[in-house]
Design a protein around this ligand. Structure first.
Ligand SMILES: *Cc1c(COP(=O)(O)O)cnc(C)c1O
Length: 444
C-alpha cells in the first residue's frame, strides 16, 4: 500500500508513488456501512448532491429518491427553509452543553413538539439518535417502577417483528430473530415477546389477535415495566401494517395491569402513515413516546423521548431523585434550530394532501406487482409502499437495475419498499413504482 498522500482531488486520492485510489475503492477497503460486511462489501454509490426528491451521483446520474434517507428527509433535500435555519444558527452558536444551560432553539422545539403530540405528554428529553431515545424510554420505565418500590417490574414486553434500534437495550426488544439475539445471548437482557399482530390495517379485527398479549399480561404483569411497540407500522422488522384495534387493546391492557406503554414513533411520526402520529389511528396516547428520524427533516441526528407528568414525577421521586442520562450533544442547538424549521413546515399542513396523494398513487401503481409470480404481497399505508417478494432479493443486482432506471430504492431481505419525501411529484413517484415493477417482472 502507498503511504504518502499528496493530492486529494474530489474523487481520487493520488499517492507519491503515483498510485491512485478511487473514492469508491477507498470506501470499500476502509469504511463500514450499515448492516454490511466490511470485508465483502456491497457496492456503494457516491452522492455529490441532493435537491428536492433527487440525489446526484458522482457519475452525474440523477436518481429519484424513494427512501427519504430512511424516513427522515420528508421535505426533500436542500430545502431553503431548513438551510436558512442551519446557517442562521451556525452564525449564532452551533453547540453549548445542556447541563446547567438552556437556549431558545431547544425551548422552541420542545414547546412545538408538546403542541403536536398526543394528549398527556408534558416532558421532553432530547436525545441524540433514535436508539438513544429508546434507551432513555426503557431506562425511564424501569426507574419509574423502582422508585415506586416495585423494582421487580423491570422487564419489557414487545411484539415480535419489532425494530427499536441497534444499541443493547434497544436491541433486546427488537425481534429476537431479525435482531440476531442469539449472537449476544449472554449480554442481552431477557425480555418478553408476544406474537406480532396479525390483523392487517383495513381488515376486520380478529379478537384472537390480542389474546396472546392478554395472556402475557395475566402471567407476567408483576415483572413487566413497560410494553414497547411501533404503533400501526412495524418498520425495519418487516414493514407490517396492523389494525389500530390491536393498539387500542394494548393501551387498555397497560392501564389494567399497571404497565407503561412506550410508543416508538421514530419511523411513523410526522405524518408518514397519514396521521401526524400513528397513535392517532387508534386514538390513544402513550406514557412514553420516542421520536426521531424526520424530526430534523433529515438534516442531522436528533431524537426525543417524551413522557407524561406521572412518569416524570414517578422517575424523580425518592432516591436518586434524578434521571441519570445526559448525552454530550443533548439539545444540540443546530439540530434544534433545523427541527424547529422542519416542524414549522409540517405545521403548514401540506403534508396531509401530499401523503394522501402519495397513498392513492402507490395503491393504484403498485397493485399490478401483486399479479407477479415472485411477489407474495403488496401493501400501502400513507406514504409507505411495500412489495414483499417470495424469496430474498439480490440487493447488489436490484440496486444496479434501480440506478440504471434513475431511482434510489434500497431493499432488504424480501422487502422492496419506498417511503419517498412528501414533496415528490406524481411523475417522480411513477418512476419509482415503474422501476420496482420492471425489475420484478423480469424475475418471472
Ligand atoms: C430507525 C429506528 C430506530 C433507531 O433510530 P436510530 O436513529 O437509527 O438510532 C428506533 N426505532 C424505530 C422504529 C426506527 O425506525
Amino acid at each position: 500500500m502507498p503511504q504518502h498522500k499528496v493530492v486529494n482531488s474530489d474523487h481520487f486520492i493520488t499517492f507519491t508513488n503515483g498510485y491512485i485510489l478511487n473514492n469508491i475503492e477507498f470506501d470499500k477497503q476502509h469504511i463500514w456501512h450499515p448492516y454490511t460486511s466490511s470485508v465483502n462489501a456491497l457496492p456503494c454509490y457516491e452522492v455529490t448532491g441532493a435537491k428536492g426528491a433527487k440525489l446526484t451521483l458522482a457519475s452525474g446520474e440523477e436518481l429519484v429518491d424513494g427512501m427519504s434517507s430512511w424516513w427522515a428527509a420528508i421535505h426533500g433535500y436542500n430545502h431553503p427553509t431548513l438551510n436558512k435555519a442551519a446557517h442562521d444558527q451556525v452564525d449564532a452558536f452551533s453547540h453549548v452543553m445542556f447541563g446547567g444551560i438552556t437556549h431558545q432553539p431547544a425551548i422552541n422545539v420542545c414547546r412545538t413538539l408538546l403542541d403536536m403530540v398526543p394528549d398527556g405528554l408534558s416532558r421532553v428529553f432530547l436525545a441524540d439518535s433514535g436508539s438513544v431515545a429508546v434507551e432513555v424510554a426503557i431506562k425511564m420505565a424501569i426507574q419509574y417502577w423502582a422508585c415506586q418500590g416495585r423494582s421487580e417490574k423491570s422487564r419489557i414486553v414487545a411484539p415480535r417483528n419489532g425494530y427499536h434500534g441497534d444499541t443493547f437495550a434497544a436491541m433486546s426488544v427488537c425481534d429476537p430473530i431479525n435482531g440476531m439475539h442469539s449472537l449476544f445471548e449472554n449480554v442481552l437482557s431477557k425480555q418478553l415477546f408476544a406474537p406480532a399482530p396479525q390483523t392487517r390495517f383495513g381488515q376486520t379485527f380478529s379478537e384472537d389477535d390480542i389474546l396472546p398479549m392478554v395472556e402475557m399480561f395475566e402471567n407476567h404483569h408483576h415483572e413487566i415495566a413497560a410494553l414497547i411497540l411501533e404503533p400501526i407500522v412495524q418498520g425495519a422488522g418487516g414493514m407490517r401494517m396492523y389494525h389500530p384495534e390491536y393498539l387500542k387493546r394494548c393501551r387498555q391492557l397497560c392501564d389494567s395491569y399497571d404497565v407503561l406503554l412506550i410508543c416508538d414513533e421514530i419511523a411513523t411520526g410526522f405524518g408518514r402513515t397519514g396521521k401526524l402520529f400513528a397513535c392517532e389511528h387508534a386514538d390513544i396516547s402513550p406514557d412514553i413516546l420516542c421520536l426521531g428520524k424526520a424530526l430534523t427533516g433529515g438534516y442531522m441526528t436528533m431524537a426525543a423521548t417524551l413522557c407524561t407528568e406521572d412518569v416524570a414525577l414517578g422517575v424523580c421521586q425518592g432516591e436518586p431523585g434524578v434521571f441519570m442520562h445526559g448525552p454530550t450533544y443533548m439539545g444540540n442547538p443546530l439540530a434544534c434550530a433545523v427541527a424547529n424549521a422542519s416542524l414549522s413546515l409540517i405545521n403548514q399542513n401540506h403534508w396531509q394532501t401530499q401523503v394522501q396523494a402519495i397513498e392513492q398513487q402507490l395503491q393504484s401503481e403498485l397493485e399490478k406487482c401483486a399479479s407477479l409470480a415472485v411477489v407474495a404481497d403488496v401493501r400501502v399505508l400513507g406514504a409507505i409502499g411495500v412489495v414483499e417478494t417470495r424469496a430474498p432479493v439480490n440487493v447488489a443486482e436490484i440496486q444496479r437495475h434501480f440506478v440504471r432506471h434513475g431511482v434510489w430504492i434500497r431493499p432488504f431481505g424480501k422487502l422492496v419498499y419506498i417511503m419517498p419525501p412528501y414533496i415528490i411529484s406524481a411523475t417522480q413517484l411513477s418512476a419509482l413504482t415503474h422501476a420496482i415493477f420492471s425489475y420484478l417482472q423480469k424475475q418471472g
